[in-house]
Design a protein around this ligand. Sequence first.
Ligand SMILES: [Mg+2]
Length: 126
Amino acid sequence: MNALVVDDSRAMRQIIGRILKGLGFEVIEAGDGREALARLAEVPEVDLAMVDWNMPVMNGIDLIRALREDPTLGRVRVMMVTTESDISRVAEALGAGADEFVMKPFTTDMILEKLQMLGIETVKTT
Ligand SMILES: [Mg+2]
């Protein structure tokens, strides 16, 4: 399973990446939406994208819209990573094509639960 972690914060990418590696994913990182689309073009077999909302160049919602317009990327399940201040906009993210969302700060178990809701099988290695 391949996961793409999209966040402009390197620290946040590391936190999410560590959790996903612990659940058996190979992790690819991108610092903004445009970079994420470039990674997806290189590695089309991405199963899961964890997408931050606020990023420079291309934000999370615009990334999700672009991703959902690309028929070759239909298999990518998208989880929006939000802060409490974005929570009122979750409906917008879901309308744009996000499959799930998780609010910061989150735990491994919270991510695991959301992945199960998406029907994504994980291998707990930690
Ligand atoms: Mg951000």
